[in-house]
Design a protein around this ligand. Structure first.
Ligand code: FMN
Ligand code: SF4
Length: 333
């Protein structure tokens, strides 16, 4: 029988469990932009709890970006010092950690909000260079790799989506062209840094003319073929209400990916109890789960689950942490 606390291989990492802690608005700072002790304490509690892998909260590229004030910052003078400490906390507890990059707008140097159709090829090169530099900064700070968020409604999600991308050059049109911008980034990071490159992708866009489930599947395959190391699945909004038979919204899609790709696939969203995850583990080929709100509700809940062999998150699903853009639980903190 498989169990969420199995020790497993995840691409180049050996994990202590199949649970991945994702995201969280952890931009809690003091004067000068340095992160507050509470963030270090949270990482300590999460790392010690039995988590397998941590994906950081999102870092945006540009101070003018939509969520910049809520998300983590790699452009202040304390970035390396602070995040070296964060990554050391994870590593001390034998937990690998990826830095997540996500941005909503892109400033190509001419237009602060250059949409995918507006970007010149020089603009694309600038974008690619900035993402490679971000990966390098993560690496300097001790992160084990980068997760590029091209899900939800972020810039790269729009770039790869036919609803937004009507370019007529090599970066638009068919699927292969629309994802070229990302494929080139993956190849560059792998060649220059060799670190783990994960990506977060929508299972489906949901808009008429937007990316379909089948196209999302094709895109994941293209990324894997070109060197990506893992995939985390989500959807455009965080209300996951299109599951079949009351099951998890992305279950069959994720299982299909697992069966066809030989890189780890992470299923996530609305997972709240150990029994359900163990059932999924033992009835499908899915091997990894990502959770956010359960960690916001109680950073070290996994230690209790491991000890008891069972458990349900105390998260009540009020969504205040997300709405108020804080990593604080409004029911229990
Ligand atoms: C407080 C909070 C912060 C989040 N921050 C991020 C983030 O930085 N990056 C990201 O990809 N998703 C972020 N999300 C979305 C989650 O990754 C996830 O898709 C969503 O919360 C559903 O998962 P859950 O049911 O396990 O919470 C955040 C969600 C919450 C509640
Ligand atoms: S604030 Fe609400 S949704 Fe967020 S962790 Fe707490 S109970 Fe869950």
């Amino acid at each position: 029988m498989k169990d969420i606390f199995d020790q497993v291989q995840f691409a180049n990492f050996s994990l202590k469990s199949r649970i991945i802690r994702t995201g969280g608005w952890e931009r809690e700072t003091e004067d000068g932009g340095f992160i507050k002790p509470s963030v270090f304490d949270r990482y300590e509690n999460i790392s010690k709890s039995g988590v397998g892998l941590i994906v950081s909260e999102m870092f945006a590229l540009d101070p003018k970006d939509r969520f910049y004030h809520y998300c983590a910052n790699m452009n202040y003078k304390g970035f390396i010092k602070d995040y070296k400490q964060i990554t050391e906390i994870a590593h001390k507890n034998e937990v690998p950690i990826l830095g997540q990059l996500a941005f909503f707008f892109y400033d190509d140097g001419v237009n602060q909000k250059a949409e995918p159709n507006d970007l010149t090829v020089e603009g694309i090169r600038k974008l690619q260079a900035e993402i490679v530099i971000a990966a390098k900064k993560f690496s300097f700070a001790g992160f084990d790799g980068i997760q590029i968020n091209m899900a939800h409604n972020f810039y790269l999600a729009r770039f790869i989506n036919p609803y937004f991308n009507q370019r007529t050059d090599d970066y638009g049109g068919n699927t292969e062209n629309r994802v070229r911008v990302v494929v080139e980034i993956i190849k560059l990071i792998k060649k220059m840094l060799g670190c783990h490159v994960s990506f977060r992708i929508n299972a489906v866009d949901g808009r008429k003319g937007g990316m379909t489930l089948d196209e999302s599947f094709e895109i994941a395959k293209i990324f894997a073929k070109n060197g990506a190391d893992s995939v985390q699945i989500t959807a455009r909004t965080i209300s996951f209400n299109f599951g079949e038979d009351g099951g998890h919204a992305f279950l069959s899609y994720a299982n299909r990916l697992v069966n066809e790709l030989d890189i780890p696939i992470i299923l996530g969203g609305t997972l709240r109890d150990m029994k359900t995850m163990n059932e999924i583990l033992n009835t499908t080929n899915i091997g990894f789960f990502s959770l956010v709100k359960p960690f916001v509700a109680q950073a070290d809940f996994l230690s209790e689950w491991k000890e008891k062999g069972d458990g349900v998150s105390r998260c009540k699903g009020c969504n205040n942490c997300y709405a108020k853009k804080e990593s604080k639980c409004f029911q229990f903190d």
